[in-house]
Design a protein around this ligand. Structure first.
Ligand SMILES: Cc1cc2nc3c(=O)[nH]c(=O)nc-3n(C[C@H](O)[C@H](O)[C@H](O)COP(=O)(O)O)c2cc1C
Length: 188
């Protein structure tokens, strides 16, 4: 039921959610994350395909993904950059991968990806409401075949929507948005 208080809280939640780059060391409880994920799944999805798949990564798997990412960085930017990335990635508290089921129907796949993006934004908000921040990553590692082996997914049937870090924010960055009228056209 809509109330002025709910409207105000929802507006604040949507406006104040930020992509978090730096986290405290402690990892949020798994039950809290699963609760937020369960709520997030009430996202719209055309033809009710529920195309999203979630993989929570434990420490060992997260470290293997970090090492794979460092290998990719080393090939492009050298050993020093790779070492820095490895250190940063290894320190990330919570890890989640969202994949989308592939389909030969291009229109349906586009709609399924859109539904996955809705679930992700829902999750960003349901986590934020619990004091947990998140970051969406779509780096090269998420398209590497070895990444799919590590997350035990078949790249023939799923593609990665993103690799998500989550945890309690160490710092909440500032953001701005341009005024709505820069993007809006009204046709009477
Ligand atoms: C599809 C998608 C992919 C993204 N991939 C990355 C990424 O690879 N690295 C990154 O730092 N941020 C990534 N982001 C987060 C954006 O950079 C972030 O949303 C933007 O800076 C605005 O900040 P805000 O979320 O705090 O409003 C991604 C966001 C979206 C929607």
């Amino acid at each position: 039921m809509t109330t002025p208080a709910l409207l105000a809280e929802l507006g604040t939640l949507v406006r104040e959610r930020r992509t978090i780059h730096d986290y405290r060391d402690d990892t949020p409880p798994r039950e809290t994350v699963l609760e937020a994920l369960d709520e997030a799944c009430w996202a719209p999805n055309h033809r009710r395909t529920e195309p999203w798949r979630f993989t929570l990564l434990g420490r060992a798997c997260a470290l293997q993904v970090s090492a794979l990412n460092a290998e990719l960085v080393a090939a492009k930017q050298g050993a020093e950059a790779a070492e820095a990335k490895l250190r940063r990635w290894s320190a990330m508290p919570g890890w989640l991968v969202v994949t989308c089921i592939k389909t030969p129907d291009q229109m349906r796949e586009q709609e399924d990806y859109a539904a996955c993006c809705c679930v992700v934004q829902n999750l960003a908000l349901t986590l934020w409401a619990r004091g947990i921040g998140m970051k969406w990553g779509t780096g090269k590692v998420t398209r590497d075949l070895r990444f799919f082996q590590l997350i035990q997914a078949d790249p023939a049937t799923e593609f990665a929507v993103g690799l998500f870090w989550y945890g309690y924010p160490a710092e909440v960055p500032k953001q701005t948005r341009r005024p709505l009228n820069e993007f809006l056209k009204i046709i009477e």
